[in-house]
Design a protein around this ligand. Structure first.
Ligand code: HEC
Length: 132
C-alpha cells in the first residue's frame, strides 16, 4: 500500500531530523567555551570568593576584598621573600598572615579562613597565578 511507504519515509525523515538536531546540539560551541573552566576557577566560583572579590571577565561583583584581576602579577611583590605561589598559598591557608595594604580596617569583611584542603589551595593558586 502506498500509504505504508509514505509512513515509512516520514518515519525515516523524522529520525534523520532528530539525529541531525542531536548532533548539532552537542557539537555547538557553548557560551562559556572561551576556556574550559579549571578546577580552581570552579572552586573560586563555588566557594563564595566572588562575594568579596572581582575578577574581570568572570561573572563577579565582590567589592569587599581586593580586585583579583591582576593578582598573578602583584602576588610576587606582596611579601618580601615569598614567591607569587607561596604568597597566594599563604593568603588562602592563613588569610590573616598578611593584610593587603588598604584593607587593614575591613574588620567586617576581612578574609575568612575557609579550611581549604591542600588540593583546593593548590587548584586555587594555579587559577589565581593565571590572573595577570
Ligand atoms: C568575606 C569576604 C571575603 C571572602 C568570602 C574571600 N575573601 Fe579573599 N580577601 C578578603 C579581604 C578583605 C582581603 C584583603 C585582606 C587580607 O589580605 O586578608 C582578601 C585578600 C585575598 C587575597 C590577597 C589578594 C592580594 O591582592 O594580595 C587573595 C588571593 C584572596 N583574598 C583570595 C580569596 C579566595 C580564593 C577566596 C575564596 C576561597 C576568598 N578570597 C574569599 C575578603 C574575602
Amino acid at each position: 500500500m502506498p500509504t505504508d511507504h509514505v509512513r515509512l519515509w516520514l518515519t525515516v525523515a523524522l529520525a534523520l531530523v532528530l539525529a541531525i538536531a542531536t548532533v548539532s546540539y552537542y557539537s555547538r560551541p557553548s557560551s562559556d567555551s572561551v576556556g574550559v573552566q579549571s578546577p580552581g576557577e570552579l572552586l573560586f566560583l563555588s566557594k563564595g570568593c566572588t562575594g568579596c572579590h572581582s575578577i574581570q571577565g568572570l561573572a563577579t561583583t565582590g567589592q569587599i576584598g581586593p580586585d583579583l584581576t591582576s593578582v598573578g602579577e602583584v602576588a610576587g611583590e606582596r611579601v618580601q621573600g615569598l614567591s607569587a605561589e607561596e604568597y597566594l598559598s599563604q593568603s588562602l591557608a592563613t588569610p590573616q598572615a598578611f593584610i593587603v595594604p588598604g584593607f587593614e580596617a575591613t574588620t567586617a569583611g576581612s578574609m575568612p579562613d575557609f579550611d581549604l584542603t591542600d588540593g583546593e589551595v593548590r587548584a586555587l593558586v594555579d587559577f589565581l597565578l593565571e590572573e595577570r
